[in-house]
Design a protein around this ligand. Structure first.
Ligand SMILES: [Mg+2]
Length: 131
């Protein structure tokens, strides 16, 4: 599994990375802009990510905007269905508006921080990422 963790907070970033590293390569972006750059590069070089964990509150470009951009990039390249990257929002924002917005934009799951390890692993399993 190839993962991109997008998170501006150092502690959360390290936590997520440590949690995901046993399952494969884990890249890091500290804001939405970086995430888009890495995602785009990976897509073009045919080394696509299987999973993006995306914080919402970040400088430069927030997670909601990054989510939309990622789905747009996939659409432009004709990537659809099971070929699309799985996106899990990881955020402190526990409100219906953000939740609905993220699902409307095409995320697969929405986890509230602090991230519970078992919950995350369960999500990965149900998304078929733990094979
Ligand atoms: Mg943040």
């Amino acid at each position: 599994m190839r993962t991109l963790v997008v998170e501006d907070d150092l502690i959360s970033r390290n936590f997520m990375r440590k949690l995901l590293m046993p399952y494969g390569r884990c890249d890091i972006a500290v804001n939405g802009m970086e995430a888009i750059e890495l995602f785009s590069h990976a897509m073009k070089s045919d080394q696509r990510y299987d999973l993006v964990c995306l914080d919402i509150m970040m400088p430069e470009m927030d997670g909601q905007a990054a989510l939309e951009k990622i789905r747009n990039m996939e659409e432009e390249r004709g990537i659809q269905g099971l070929e699309m990257v799985k996106i899990i929002m990881t955020t402190v924002l526990d409100d219906v508006k953000n939740f609905m917005h993220a699902f409307k934009s095409g995320c697969e799951a929405y986890l509230i921080k602090p991230i519970d390890k078992q919950k995350l692993l369960k999500e990965l399993e149900s998304l078929g990422l733990m094979k």
